[in-house]
Design a protein around this ligand. Structure first.
Ligand code: NAP
Length: 492
């Protein structure tokens, strides 16, 4: 960063093989936060080769579980030591508020702590095969070389959901953060060195996904690809990996319904719908972007929501007064603006927003106003497609069955919220929704101990929880006969 080498390949910090660099822009004011090395596809291939050697010939996969667990704990300690520096870097890179970045670093820490504990209690499973001479065991082994590709909205958090279980399992890996937001992953890589992660176990390349993609994913030396990002990229990666029958887990987008029944607690419903969609300016995969509200309260509910949304304080995430920051880049804001225009031409009723803020102090940043569209329906692209910005669409229902049908009427299935004071109805609706996480009278929370992932086109793997570790493991059945006898099948 800023002249220091940023690629870590085979235990060596290096500049890009062609000397290429990239300017990292602060989306709050358009200034250059840092200049980082931009890897070439040769660098990416070298990183995979280093991880392959470290897996095939290195000690890490055989390192006792207790040592791996202790290493994860040391990493967690270092994350907390450097929390303020990492949080401030994340804010300057992504634009999110410092409060959010601090929460991110705490969450990253908890992921390392969780897998440190989990890997320590994992044990082989004994199977009774009905023969006392046979000891039959099902054991878990590291899957091998992993390629870990993360998006820009939660750069270090999303990467930690991959690196922590991969290390816990005994894998070696190549991490590739988004080209837009690589800074905390680079800083974190230095912490891994300090914690004592052996050379070549974690390799880091950052740069354009379009350039590095093939070297990282169309590569027979890779055993597992864990990808978090958009649907189109996920599809491309899954197709390429299929050629090598490489295992792939893809965590993709969402178009998440937040269903509000008329009997819901009013204040918490308004507040959680507001937070669920406008936190981090809507750049959250699980953002509650589709409000599905019971007709009899809809007008009042939308009016109060709009009044609150207009008071959201937008600004530089480093300013403690800011409640939400900018969109991640000018290019991303252009996409959000095009989506909003599409909503207007499709006939949605613009209630508030739909524009950049007029405050001259925000003119250099890629800010966008919280936007609410009422009278939306499923024919509209703003209801079907992920905007990944501060845009809420409103649909109305009159029956429980209609609410469920609307909630499930999406090609995605990442997350959903249900708000009602009737526990029986809450349970019915929660069970009927085809989404990977469903919140009942809450929204947006998660824990490292519970699985995260999507139904439908939101993805095909799970991160976090015990399944998040199992993704990085192969399962082997060992049949051991302690009193061998001839099979006796062929008589001659
Ligand atoms: P993206 O454009 O798909 O990029 C994701 C990552 O893939 C980036 O590191 C990107 O690199 C890389 N990439 C791009 N093309 C590639 C290729 N051909 N081969 C290999 N890698 C490639 O997504 P994004 O815009 O960064 O992130 C936003 C999306 O992520 C949203 O759809 C959001 O819902 C989703 N998301 C999902 C979850 C979840 O848990 N399900 C969590 C967070 C975000 P470059 O940045 O260099 O292009």
């Amino acid at each position: 960063m800023n002249g220091e080498p940023d690629l870590c390949i085979g235990g060596q910090w290096r500049h890009a093989s062609d000397g290429g660099t990239r300017e990292i822009i602060n989306p709050a004011d358009g200034s250059i936060t840092a200049v980082v090395d931009e890897a070439t596809s040769d660098d990416a291939r070298a990183a995979v080769a280093a991880a392959r050697n470290a897996f095939d010939d290195g000690a890490w996969p055989e390192t006792p579980v207790a040592e791996r667990a202790a290493l994860l704990d040391r990493i967690a300690d270092l994350l907390q030591r450097d929390k303020e520096a990492l949080a401030s870097l994340e804010t300057r890179d992504t634009g999110k508020t410092l409060v959010e970045s601090r929460i991110d670093i705490d969450d990253v820490t908890s992921v390392f702590r969780f897998y440190s504990r989990l890997v320590g209690v994992e044990s082989d499973r004994l199977v009774d095969v009905g023969d006392p001479a046979v000891i039959s065991r099902v054991v878990r082994e590291p899957i091998g070389v992993c390629v870990l590709i993360a998006p820009w909205n939660y750069p270090l958090l999303q990467m930690s959901w991959k690196i922590a279980p991969a290390l816990a399992a005994g894998c070696t890996m190549v991490a590739k953060p988004s080209e837009v937001t690589p800074l905390t992953t680079i800083a974190f890589m230095h912490l891994l060195d300090e914690a004592g992660v052996p050379p070549s176990v974690v390799n880091l390349v950052q740069g354009s996904g379009a350039v590095l993609g093939a070297a990282l994913t169309d590569n027979p030396d890779v055993d597992f690809i864990s990808f978090t990002g958009g649907l189109a990229t996920g599809r491309t990666i899954a197709k390429v990996a299929a050629e090598h029958v490489t295992k792939v887990a893809v965590e993709l987008g969402g178009k998440n319904p937040h269903i509000v029944f008329a009997d819901a607690d009013w204040d918490s419903a308004v507040d959680h719908v507001l937070t669920g969609v406008f936190l981090h300016s809507g750049q959250v995969c699980s953002a509650g972007t589709r409000l599905i509200v019971e007709e009899q309260i809809a007008d009042d509910f939308v009016a109060e929501l709009a009044a609150r949304a207009e008071k959201i304080r937008i600004g530089d995430g480093m300013n403690p007064a800011s409640e939400t920051g900018p969109l991640v880049s000018e290019q991303h804001r252009a996409k959000v603006e095009a989506h909003v225009q599409q909503g207007i031409s499709d006939g949605a009723k613009l209630v508030i927003g739909g524009a950049r803020p007029s405050d001259p102090a925000l003119a250099k940043g890629s800010f966008y106003l919280p936007t609410i569209f009422d009278r939306c329906d499923r024919s509209m692209r703003i209801v079907q497609e992920e905007t990944f910005g501060p845009i809420l669409t409103v649909e109305r229902f009159t029956t429980e069955a209609e609410a469920i049908a609307l909630g499930n009427d999406t090609e995605y299935g990442l997350a959903a919220g249900v708000r009602t004071s009737d526990p029986a109805r809450g349970e019915r609706v929660v069970r009927a929704l085809r989404h990977g996480t469903v919140w009942l009278n809450d929204f947006g929370y998660y824990t490292a101990a519970a699985e995260w992932g999507g139904f439908g086109k939101s993805g095909n793997g799970r991160e976090l929880g015990p399944t998040g570790l199992a993704e990085y493991q192969e399962i082997k059945h060992i049949w051991h006969n302690t009193a061998p006898q001839p099979a006796g099948w062929f008589k001659g």
